[in-house]
Design a protein around this ligand. Sequence first.
Ligand code: NDP
Length: 255
Amino acid sequence: MTRGSEPRYRPASDVLKGRVVLVTGAGAGIGRVAALAYARHGADVVLLGRTRSKLESVFDVIVAETATKPVIVPADLATLDEAAADNLAEAIREDYGRLDGILHNASVLGPRVPVAHYPADAWAEVMQVNAMAPVMLTRALLPLLEAAPDASIVFTSSGVGRVGRAYWGAYAVSKFATEGLSQTLADELEHTGVRVNALNPGGTRTAMRAAAYPAEDPATLPEPEAHMDLYLYLMGPDSEGVTGRSIDAPAWRGP
Ligand code: NDP
């Protein structure tokens, strides 16, 4: 992928070979494209999402196109608790024996209304899916990540996770939490082999973006594929030692 004339980063075709990577929200949007990109670069991908048929569609493409071993984990992060996160960790340990990376990608937008009118139950659900579920998954999976030689945790942020904006409500607050979790974890894990970074894809042509900006022409936006060099860089060995960063995909110029 290029911006102007210079390629930002050219991953080796097998840059993730032998790695096991969990992608949440892998059935649609950016998560689907990232899961496919990871598998096409050699990773065994654990596909987590709430709609089984969407995960099966990604699974089928991966099996048809690659020699990797994907697995489907239908799970609703709105109801994920510690026991469910522990069960997932145990299943990954049994299937693969290790975990080399997590892309925390799944999120919900929630209502676009003023804080004064935001329903409390909707606020709680957005915080659960976007902020709490990644905490529980990361905690349960940390022993498997620490057992890997150079594991990578990638959180998905947003522009409204750095500067709040009217009517973005719990979504913005959840993304501030994501940035805080990423920084805190990066600091705690500084002397381990686990690196932790946050990535803001910026405006991207997906269902979530269309819901947030219904009047916008989707054709004016980059597709998720435009960011995959950065998603591969952060997940693969070329970013070893890079931790505690928060990177905007559109502004990224390469390693
Ligand atoms: P989409 O809404 O297109 O896709 C979100 C994915 O997350 C879907 O696969 C969805 O599953 C899954 N998901 C949602 N809720 C749950 C849940 N409760 N349990 C399990 N899976 C769930 O979003 P994008 O691809 O646009 O966004 C991906 C990430 O990028 C998000 O973190 C978003 O905040 C961030 N982002 C996106 C931007 C954009 O312009 N698109 C800009 C800035 C940040 P299902 O399809 O089954 O509903």
